[in-house]
Design a protein around this ligand. Structure first.
Ligand code: TRP
Ligand code: SF4
Length: 403
């Protein structure tokens, strides 16, 4: 999918302990790419962590700090992306409350994660108001930044769907901006002479003849404009189609390709499987973990030939080794020409090499925790500013801007 460069991307992560290589090869590499192409907001979803982990909140501050160190260490760049902590932008809570007034309970009960998680986490009491409402809090997280694209895994797609429904309902109930027509016309002028007349022509063709191609070209024209504000862009998109400016645009899920990173046992790397390698785990620990990781169970003795297809180490080779090393491992394994420790050596080195710059940067940040705090402070400030703008419009639309 091609995305419009000037649109916002937003994503969040719960602070639940240090990140591992699975996060890196899945979510974080994706963020690293997005941050250079779009206006990105990445946040620590600490309130979300409370929806399931409300009993013991003692570690939350340290986890929030750690996760930001992880992000920074892999190269999330605070001058390219806004990094912030949810609970420091209380506007999310206000929007959540307002949206809760118009959201039918049945919409929340229908979200698949609601029942799934309650069943999975049986040992916790998740019959709480906060847990039921957490996808709506997520909707508020997204809508308050008018994010166009939300990079998430498959399991979160239903939440983005909910956000779209809630936005639609909000827009339906509280309608459209006052003085829309005048504002739209003023925005057309800002396009410059040539683009303005092209826009007018396309708009006319779409509205008078229903030419879908004219609509698409009009949208593409707007996507290519770097210098118009988010508000004007939405006015122009609405005006093009013959509607008004929607207050809360509907976001779209941007599906993150599933990480192919295997865990130490060959299953998907995941904290709940206890098979992870930490993003900035100490080299000795990494070596130890990898030396003891299981191999093809049929290779009992050094002289037994093996089958890489049955071995987690081979999955690491597929990610980390160049073709000649892969060839060497394949042959050596099948002919018992190499031992498993020989076979593991190059992947251990490759993992350590991947981690080295990350670990190094994390050490720099950990040595100067105040610099991390300053980055978070700044991000929170910037996020608040953006959030307040939307909230002002929302309050106005709901007639809550009286004194
Ligand atoms: N619910 C997400 C998770 O558990 C985290 C999250 C919270 C999020 N708010 C978000 C992700 C907004 C994307 C956008 O992984
Ligand atoms: Fe696995 Fe390599 Fe041992 Fe074969 S030689 S079983 S691929 S570790």
């Amino acid at each position: 999918m091609t995305l419009a460069a000037n649109k916002r991307v937003l994503s969040g992560m719960r602070p639940t302990g240090q990140l591992h290589l699975g996060h890196y090869h899945g979510v974080l590499k994706n963020w690293l790419q997005l941050q250079h192409e779009y206006e990105c907001f990445f946040f620590v979803a600490d309130w979300h962590a409370l929806t399931t982990g409300y009993e013991d909140t003692s570690g939350i501050g340290a986890s929030a700090f750690d996760i930001v160190v992880d992000w920074l260490s892999v190269g999330i760049n605070p001058s390219a992306a806004t990094i912030f902590v949810q609970s420091r932008v209380p506007e999310h809570a206000e929007l959540h409350l307002l949206l809760s007034m118009i959201t039918p309970i049945s919409w929340l009960e229908r979200v698949p994660t609601y029942k799934d998680q309650q069943e999975k986490l049986r040992e916790r009491d998740l019959s709480t108001y906060g847990f039921l409402g957490y996808p709506l809090l997520q909707s508020a997280d997204i809508l308050i930044y008018k994010a166009a694209h939300v990079p998430v895994g498959e399991d979160q797609v239903a939440h983005i769907e909910l956000s779209r429904e809630v936005a639609r309902r909000f827009n339906f109930l509280y309608g459209r901006e006052k003085g829309f027509e005048e504002k739209a016309l003023a925005a057309v002028k800002k396009l410059g002479k040539r683009n303005a007349s092209l826009y007018e022509e396309l708009r006319k063709r779409y509205q008078e003849e229903g030419a879908a191609e004219a609509l698409e070209r009009g949208q593409a024209l707007l996507d290519g404009q770097q210098n118009i504000s988010l508000g004007d862009r939405e006015r122009l998109l609405g005006y093009l189609e013959g509607g008004g400016k929607v207050i809360l645009p509907e976001p779209r899920a941007l599906l993150t390709p599933e990480s192919k990173m295997p865990g130490l046992d060959g299953d998907k790397m995941s904290k709940s499987y206890n098979n992870t390698i930490g993003l900035r785990e100490a080299p000795d620990v990494v070596r130890q973990k990898m030396r003891t990781m299981p191999t093809d169970p049929a290779r009992v003795r050094r002289t037994d030939p093996g089958d890489p297809a049955r071995c987690p180490v081979w999955k690491f080779h597929q990610i980390y080794s160049p073709p000649d090393v892969q060839q060497w491992a394949q042959e050596g394994c099948r002919t018992a020409g190499i031992g498993c420790l020989d076979c593991k050596a190059p992947v251990i080195e490759a993992v350590l090499k991947e981690q080295a710059p990350i670990r190094e940067r994390s050490e720099e940040f950990l040595a100067e925790p105040d610099s991390v705090r300053a980055i978070i402070d700044e991000g929170c400030e910037a996020a608040r500013k953006a959030a307040r703008e939307t909230l002002d419009e929302v309050r106005q639309a709901m007639n809550l801007d009286y004194r």
